[in-house]
Design a protein around this ligand. Structure first.
Ligand code: AMP
Length: 437
């Protein structure tokens, strides 16, 4: 099978690593990819939100399967584009449809969906210019902190947690009246603050059945001790110690199954990943957000623990027979630690030369072996310029490692990170800190 992966981050490099292990994959293409994905297949330099360009790449390379990494093409309807095109409709593509991608693309849609199907989530109300003044009163009477969310995609920046009413009223006004987050943010969800510990749960669904992937916990803040600005993610661990069997049973019963039932009941075509951003509040799971794709950097720990053939799972998903599949997970602990460009998540330089010293050190040059031990360097934001690997993003590498103990996995990841050099490199030394002595 010829497979095309869309995206250019660590998540897509991890998909390459996993998919290339499948005997069902004969050739791999990545659009646009990065310097790491180029070692697994052929990078194709196109804009993945230009569906005509994606179509041409599929036809030219006889693609049989497309794995969509980021949310934007899904929210823009790439799945429907494929299904409605005579030349593309037989290609297996990870969805969901545009309707299903609203779970991520519209916070207001996701909230009303959860309310309708009694899925536990924070209490909320939505406002736009038509009920603006009602919103002002609602915020004034709302207990603190107050969470404001732009309805549409806002590149991970659309959530503001306000500690006082003056700030909340001002942000609310900026969003609706000054279009702080563009058109997509002119509708605002105002919701109660949930106090608890977060985790991410992933399923692959065929619209009727689902398989549960390993859960993960990510670290969003730039600074150690979870301080400072939010980022796309500085690291992740899997398994999550507090995701006990008992807790996960509640997640299945109260969240995953009602979600899949709801999608089916609404007649929504959903063949793809659902990423549940959850929070544990007094032992109970609640949904903070849905995403319609895998997470980054969570994929870099989830896929290294997944023992199944991912290509086979995607074929079975397309046939709507996921009830026949059993997921096998490595019991070892996985971590990924992200190395970022100096200055990130604010302004940073691109095109900085990278020196991968670990490649010259046979001791450190490990892979994950059959016993679930080892490390692997996923490229998150790199490219090749004149035969030299250079930085090409804020997040540059995600170094994943796996060992029996989480502490050993973290040490292994750091050993490799210390052998990666580029000017301005920074990574958090405390990923997984709550769970190691
Ligand atoms: P989202 O984009 O919805 O995932 O929100 C980004 C982050 O904001 C989440 O990962 C949470 O840490 C935080 N957050 C969002 N909604 C809430 C809430 N209702 N209560 C507490 N924290 C929240």
């Amino acid at each position: 099978m010829k497979i095309l992966i869309l995206g250019s981050g660590g998540r897509e490099h991890a998909f390459c690593w996993k998919i290339s292990q499948s005997e069902l994959c004969s050739q791999l293409f990545i659009a646009p990819g990065n310097a790491g994905t180029a070692t697994f297949g052929q990078n194709i330099e196109i804009n993945i939100n230009d569906f005509t360009a994606v179509k041409e790449a599929c036809i030219l390379n006889n693609i049989n399967m497309v794995v969509v990494g980021p949310e934007e093409p899904l929210v823009n309807g790439i799945y429907d584009f494929f299904k409605n095109d005579e030349q593309l409709k037989e290609i297996i593509i990870t969805g969901p449809s545009k309707a299903g991608a609203q779970l991520e693309g519209s916070k207001a849609f996701a909230k009303s969906f959860m309310q309708k199907y009694q899925i536990p989530t924070a209490k909320y109300k939505e406002f736009d210019s038509s009920n603006f003044t009602e919103g002002l009163r609602y915020i004034q009477d709302h207990p603190l902190p107050i969470v404001l969310k732009a309805d549409g995609l806002a590149a991970g920046k659309g959530v503001i947690i306000c500690q006082n009413h003056v700030e909340a009223l001002s942000e609310y006004e900026l969003m609706i009246q000054q279009s702080k987050f563009g058109e997509a943010g002119k509708k605002v969800v105002v919701e109660e603050f949930l106090d608890g510990i977060e985790l991410s749960v992933f399923v692959l669904t065929d619209g009727k059945n689902y398989v549960l992937f390993p859960e993960a916990k990510d670290y969003k803040k730039i600074g150690e001790g979870d301080k400072g600005l939010n980022t796309g993610g500085m690291g992740a661990i899997s398994p999550v110690p507090f995701a006990t069997e008992h807790f996960m049973q509640k997640v299945k019963d109260q969240i995953i199954e009602p979600t899949i039932f709801g999608l089916q009941n609404e007649g929504i075509d959903y063949k793809g990943f659902i990423f549940f951003g959850l929070i544990k509040v007094n032992e109970e799971p609640m949904v903070i957000e849905y995403n319609c794709r895998m997470g980054d950097p969570e994929t870099e720990v989830v896929l290294i623990r997944l023992k199944n053939d991912l290509v086979k799972l995607l074929i079975v998903m397309d046939q709507q027979k996921l009830d026949e599949e059993k997921i096998e997970v490595d019991k070892n602990n996985a971590v990924t630690i992200v190395a970022v460009s100096g200055g990130y998540p604010e302004a940073y330089k691109k095109g900085v030369p990278v020196n991968l010293l670990y490649l010259e050190n046979p001791e450190a040059r490990k892979h994950i072996d059959d016993d679930g031990e080892g490390a692997i360097v996923f490229h998150a934001g790199t490219k090749i310029l004149n035969d030299q690997i250079v930085t090409n993003g804020g997040r540059v590498f995600a170094v994943s490692a796996m060992a029996e103990g989480l502490g050993d996995a973290i040490e292994l990841s750091k050993t490799i990170l210390e052998q990666i050099y580029f000017d301005g490199i920074y990574f958090r030394g405390d990923i997984g800190y709550e769970f190691v002595d």
